[in-house]
Ligand binder design. Structure first.
Ligand code: PLP
Length: 444
């Protein structure tokens, strides 16, 4: 059938193959958002829904923030696109500089991409390239962690540790990747408030991998400082510090994937700041532009950038980049977003709200089927006992009922995740958790 004669049916939901979605289930009973403002979404059928997940952990300053919208509108009418290969535009350099004022230590160089997945793949390539540039080209091995999520590129999927994301592509994963164990052991840490006391020693598993593969073959270790997509796993106290020490001792780069934890989610600019650790690279995305325009970046320490700056000056130093690296709309959104974070004190606000949030999360303790609760900053994970023989269905039912009652949360399997915009009022946190408690009691 030619395009001209194809029937146009705007109510046909079939053509869009939706990402990370049960397509058949969704299309039978769709949930459609058509507007957004502040803490709320507007649904197709005219209901206001409280956003308990900041979209996908990304709308940290709240929806349709007027200053960010205005900056993007102005930019699209001024210069829609400019290439970043052998050309530049001033605001991209300004955004890079502004970001390095927020990052700790000598994390002073910013490589722009468009999504968290691209930032991760970029960071992994930079790690391998860095060692080669220094004459240690045999350091190619990458270490991730079970239950880690680093996006869906082949690199990110390979270092990631979520079974369902990996199994369909199992033999296509990158070679030379190994994984540390995840840090969640309910027997030792269920219902911990904030960082669990138990588990720092789990970082020592890296020593086992070093023993197995030899440090001279390992390029980098990548972890989320707080594992997010797997259901919010705050790091045990002392764990990240130990990981930093071991990697440093063995010349291995440490990459913090801060795609979720960046931009105030933990009550600081980055998890690196919150935990007082300087990784060698950070991947950032989501809150970078308040999700108004897709953008991401890798921030590198001085020594990494400088290692590439050798050879003839007319030669490209890193054969890597995206058509939309430092896209003008993303850069305009990024600059306006950083202004909003600063002027509205949103990182401090998140820190101030965190104890209230923690109490709200742990108020769910004792409700039917609630088997663990976790929190840090403005993140929370709730584990529900799976229904026998029907894994993930209880999580879905709770998610759906919350949505019907006006609260949007995330669920992965039987784990619920919450991460509101940092502008949330206490009354909105109350609403979120009272509806969630009501629903958990009803869903059996
Ligand atoms: C830690 C982490 N890394 C990478 C990604 C991938 O980001 P994107 O979906 O923008 O590719 C995500 C997405 O949630 C993430 O949480």
């Amino acid at each position: 059938m030619s395009i001209a004669t194809a029937p146009l049916d705007t109510n046909n939901l079939e053509a869009f193959w939706m990402p990370f979605t049960a397509n058949r289930q969704f299309k039978k009973d769709p949930r459609l958002f058509v507007g957004a403002e502040g803490m709320y979404y507007l649904t197709y059928d005219g209901r206001r829904v409280l956003d308990g997940a900041a979209g996908l952990w990304c709308v940290n300053a709240g929806h349709c923030h007027k200053r960010i919208v205005a900056a993007v509108q102005k930019q699209v009418a001024t210069m829609d696109f400019a290439p970043a290969f052998q050309m530049g535009h001033p605001m991209a350099f300004e955004l890079a500089s502004r970001l390095t004022q927020l990052t700790p230590g000598d994390l002073n160089y910013v490589f722009f991409a468009n999504s968290g997945s691209e930032a991760v793949d970029t960071a992994l390539k930079i790690a391998v390239g860095y060692h080669r540039a220094r004459g240690e080209g045999q350091r190619t091995r990458l270490i991730g962690r079970e239950r880690g999520y680093h996006g869906i590129g082949f690199g990110g999927t390979s270092v990631g540790g979520i079974k369902n994301n990996r199994k369909m592509f199992s033999s296509m994963m990158l070679p030379g990747v190994d994984h540390m164990p995840h840090t969640h052991d309910p027997a030792h840490m269920a219902f911990s408030r904030g960082q669990p006391e138990w588990g720092a020693h789990l970082a020592d598993d890296l020593l086992r991998l070093i023993d197995l593969h030899d440090a001279s073959t390992i390029a980098a270790v990548i972890v989320e400082p707080v594992a997010g997509s797997t259901g919010v796993l705050p790091p045990p106290k002392g764990y990240l510090e130990r990981l930093r020490k071991i990697t440093e001792d063995h010349g291995i780069l440490l990459i913090f994937d801060e795609v979720i934890t960046g931009f105030g989610r933990l009550g600081a600019a980055f998890a690196a700041e919150k935990f007082g650790i300087v990784p060698d690279m950070m991947t950032i995305a989501k809150g970078l532009t308040n999700a108004t325009v897709p953008a991401s970046a890798v921030v590198c320490r001085e020594g990494i950038y400088q290692a590439f700056m050798q050879g003839p000056e007319w030669m490209v130093e890193l054969f890597h980049g995206y058509t939309y690296s430092a896209h003008p709309l993303a850069v305009a959104a990024g600059l306006a977003t950083l202004d909003v974070y600063r002027d509205e004190g949103l990182f401090e606000r998140a820190a101030d709200l965190s104890p209230y949030w923690e109490d709200a999360v742990h108020s769910l303790k004792g409700l039917p089927n609630v088997i663990d609760l976790r929190n840090l900053g403005l993140m929370a994970g709730v584990d529900l006992a799976p229904r026998p023989g029907k894994p993930t269905l209880r999580g879905y039912d709770v998610f759906l009922k919350c949505y019907e009652r006006g609260v949007y949360i995330r669920y992965t399997g039987d784990t619920l995740a919450m991460s509101p915009p940092l502008i949330a009022e206490k009354s909105e946190i109350d609403k979120m958790f009272s509806i969630l408690a009501e629903v958990i009691k009803e869903v059996n």
